[in-house]
Design a protein around this ligand. Structure first.
Ligand code: ME8
Length: 641
């Protein structure tokens, strides 16, 4: 009989920055689920990958002075290395720059055009470049992106639209018939109340202001909207619309799209509607997990609170990191990362509970039985309690994993570990030895070895390296599935244990936290050393710069440039023209009537053959550029100092 299939995906990761411990969360959870399902008899396909197109990547590559492809290649290398370090057992890694993916995205667009799900029009909306999302005025929060709180800019362009509005009723009906489609439940209400009820608008799904993307086959000056390109990965990776579509036939629809809560909207509204338009079955579940926070803020590289997973895995081992993420972050809600929490968790569970049980048991079997696990001699009531616990735990853990709750699964597995530690105290094997009660001692040792075997088998999906080490110590092969723990009593004759090194070394937490602070301070000094020194200037130096307010009275794009705007500025009675590199951030229409701050005594220069008399002041953070404006209307031509 063929095995049931299970198709699980992570989102594909943006290739625009370094990866932090928060990023590892989705992938580690999916890895635990995928490994669990494999051991539980499923034919699993676990997909992950990278999201490599879009304006953000193009801009970052430009600032780094490399091509977008060179830029994403470097991040691809980094993430593949990270997943290797963390032991992520994906079956396929997709890159949106892979040829087969790009070609299939083109076919998808063509199919949508042919079925009249796409039409050409104009778009005007508020665009958040970091999130690659368009928003309507009413969706903005304090005029900023509702997802990330950053600046948005008004953009207008010729675009193709997907008839999303047409699918509104079908989506609501689908949710009604599949109440578990969006999990946790609270996210379902969020989607319906915040997005569906106000009315779905058709979705702009092509861009013309940059070209790092999949070109539309029927209008190549347009590139595919990154989210359509990215969401498509879940089916292109399986061979959809390709010659070999056997994986697609076997695994689609997906059993689980695991995503962070901020991208549930894309996966539960846009993605199902696109699939409906393509005439494909919809995924069975989208789970929106919470965030790993740092000082109660979402961890992110740009906020400077990112924690480096390479460093942590190297210092404490990949399994300590995996265990922390799986056990400590309450599933479905946000959880906080701190070095202290990681070290406490490691010491309490991995060193004290698990490490102690394994080292005490192997040491006693070595001391009392020359290392060979003895045969049991009949079980008493106390033993039966442990046997029942072991035999009942798989069903319990399976139920936890069906509810996708790794923290509960680990809590249940550790009940065996904790119970077995208590059993050592209750049975006092050293007394049995002293009293010469070898028969009882043999049973106690056997029960303990079996408890370890049960716990370690169940731990394989969560901490695979540690589980392997435990099986090595027990002198048993790593089990490939859970069949081996259906019945207590699986350890046969003549199995020899080795005590060897500790599974985890105890951490002196106070000392280690000080050490980590020292390392962080050294890193800080290092990065400051590497940043160029800015020379100090005197007030006289500064006085040489003549700054004044100026009103934009006309504005247009500079021909053949997608970066430059030509602004006509009123400064008191005078009018002058300035070329500014803000076309990717502001439209000419938006700039009209705005007051800017002008560096008025810059020597005139020609930019792209157009004379520029001065420069307008802008603030930039590497992603966004915003112009500086007086806090109140003060008129044009006023001195700024
Ligand atoms: O969203 N805590 O990619 P991404 C928990 N390319 N999870 C976090 C996190 C944190 N602090 N930071 C990031 C994208 N993540 C798109 C997806 S799919 C068609 C396109 C999670 O690199 C995040 O929630 O920003 C998401 O699940 C994953 O990392 C990738 O995020």
């Amino acid at each position: 009989m063929s095995k049931p299939t299970y198709y699980i995906t992570t989102p594909i990761y943006y290739s625009s920055g370094n990866f932090h411990i928060g990023h590892c969360y989705t992938t580690v959870i999916c890895d635990a689920i995928a490994r669990f399902k494999r051991m539980d008899g499923y034919d699993v396909f676990y997909l992950t990958g990278t999201d490599e197109h879009g304006q953000k990547v193009q801009q970052k590559a430009e600032s780094a002075g490399v091509t977008p492809k060179q830029f994403v290649d470097k991040l691809y290398d980094q993430i593949v290395r990270l997943w290797k370090v963390l032991n992520i057992s994906y079956d396929k890694f997709i890159r949106t720059t892979d040829d087969y993916h790009e070609q299939t995205v083109q076919k998808i667009y063509q199919k949508l055009l042919d079925s009249d799900d796409i039409y050409k029009s104009h778009y005007e909306g508020w665009y958040c470049t970091p999130c690659e999302s368009f928003w309507t005025e009413s969706q903005l929060v304090d005029g900023k992106c509702p997802d990330c709180g950053r600046e948005v800019k008004l953009q207008q362009e010729e675009s193709y639209f997907f008839r999303l509005s047409k699918y509104q009723d079908r989506l609501i009906e689908f949710y009604r018939q599949n109440p578990d489609f969006i999990s946790p439940k609270s996210r379902m209400n969020e989607m319906i109340n915040n997005f569906i009820k106000p009315g779905l608008k058709d979705l702009c799904i092509s861009r013309t202001t940059f070209d790092w993307g999949v070109k539309l086959p029927f209008d190549p000056k347009h590139v595919a909207y990154v989210w359509v390109d990215a969401l498509g990965n879940y089916i292109t990776a399986l061979g959809y619309l390709q010659e070999d579509h056997s994986l697609f036939d076997k695994f689609w629809p997906a059993d689980l799209h695991m995503v962070g809560k901020e991208i549930v909207r894309f996966h539960t509204i846009i993605w199902p509607a696109l699939l409906m338009a393509l005439g494909l079955p919809l995924p069975k579940k989208v789970y929106g997990h919470g965030w790993v926070l740092f000082d109660n803020d979402k961890m992110s590289k740009s906020k400077g609170n990112a924690v480096d997973p390479f460093f942590l895995a190297d210092r404490y081992g990949a399994d300590a990191v995996r265990y922390f993420l799986l056990r400590e972050i309450p599933f479905g809600s946000d959880g906080v990362y701190s070095n202290e929490a990681l070290l406490n968790r490691t010491n309490a569970d991995l060193v004290n509970d698990l490490g102690n049980l394994v080292s005490r048991t192997t040491a006693m079997i070595t001391q009392y039985f020359g290392g060979v696990i003895p045969r049991p001699n009949g079980y008493n009531k106390l033993d039966r309690e442990l046997i029942d616990l072991c035999e009942g735990t798989l069903a319990q853990v399976r139920a936890d994993m069906d509810a996708l709750s790794a923290p509960d699964a680990l809590t249940d597995i550790f009940k065996i570990v904790q119970r077995a530690n208590k059993y050592i105290d209750e049975t006092t094997p050293w007394t049995l030895n002293k009293n010469g009660d070898k028969e009882r001692l043999a049973t106690v040792m056997y029960v303990l070895a079996e408890c370890i075997r049960f716990a370690a088998t169940l731990l394989v999906p969560f901490v695979p390296t540690t589980a392997q080490k435990i099986f090595d110590k027990l002198g048993l092969p790593l089990p490939a599935d859970f069949d081996a723990i259906k019945r207590f009593g699986g350890i046969g004759d003549g199995v020899t244990v080795t005590k060897g090194e500790n599974l985890f070394d105890r951490i002196d937490i106070d000392k280690e936290l000080k050490e980590l602070d020292k390392i962080a301070a050294e890193k800080n000094v290092e990065s400051q050393k590497n940043s160029p020194q800015v020379p100090q200037i005197t007030i006289e130096d500064f006085a040489k710069v003549k700054l004044m307010t100026a009103k934009v009275i006309a504005c247009e794009r500079v021909a053949k440039s997608d970066k430059l705007l030509l602004l006509k500025l009123q400064t008191g009675d005078e009018v002058r023209q300035v070329v500014s590199g803000i076309a990717q951030y502001y439209t000419p229409e938006y700039m009209l009537g705005k007051t800017v701050v002008l560096v008025s005594n810059l020597k005139p220069v020609k930019i792209r053959g157009v004379e520029s008399n001065g420069m307008i002041l802008c603030a930039a953070d590497g992603k966004n550029v915003v112009f500086v404006t007086p806090e109140q209307d003060i008129g044009s031509g006023k001195e700024v100092r």
